[in-house]
Design a protein around this ligand. Sequence first.
Ligand code: 5GP
Length: 214
Amino acid sequence: MKRSEYAGSLFVVVAPSGAGKTSMVRALLAEQPGIRLSVSCTTRAPRTGEVDGTDYFFVAREDFVRRRDAGEFIEWAEVHGNFYGTSRAWIEERMRDGDDILLEIDWQGATQVKQLFPEAVGVFIAPPSLQALRDRLERRGTDSPEEIDRRVAAAERELQEAGRFEYVIINQEFATALRQLGAIIEASRCRFGPQYARRSDLFEALGLVGNSSN
Ligand code: 5GP
């Protein structure tokens, strides 16, 4: 086992839209203030109530393309006709400082992140059924009926990507799903590599590093 380059852990939470990911992540952050949520850039228009710099950085398409081409994003994807991307500098800086970062991105972006950060922990959140997902999207009331149809069709395809992730949570009962997400985070923090990076003095004093690590 090796010491990680970063003391912080990177969590990538993926779900089809309507699976309840945003509510779950919000509740998790309220319980565990040690985790920082990466704020993505998007070319999508803000929904009612969304705040620039908090929910997303809302940017013009040309601006996004320029930054993407300059390599400023650790990953990016086109989802439902809009561009979304995660800032490289922001993530690397925070992880070196030992912060745990949570990315709420789509599965394409998650695959790119896994290639760059093999230690990233992937969590896929699935709805208990496609009907439950449709019901949630309708209740949310932020998308047109055509958009909801599009998102449900996309969800059917996205669910097939769950096998790329270490963990799968079925969001049938919110409290249970939230507890499971918290447990995954706690366990991941105790992995050898990030613990060693965070507590190297202790590891060396105790001889936990043995002969097999550097
Ligand atoms: P929404 O428009 O509903 O906020 O998000 C649509 C999809 O884009 C969701 O699956 C969300 O996870 C994904 N998404 C949000 N930010 C990013 C990002 O920075 N990168 C990628 N790849 N996907 C993102």
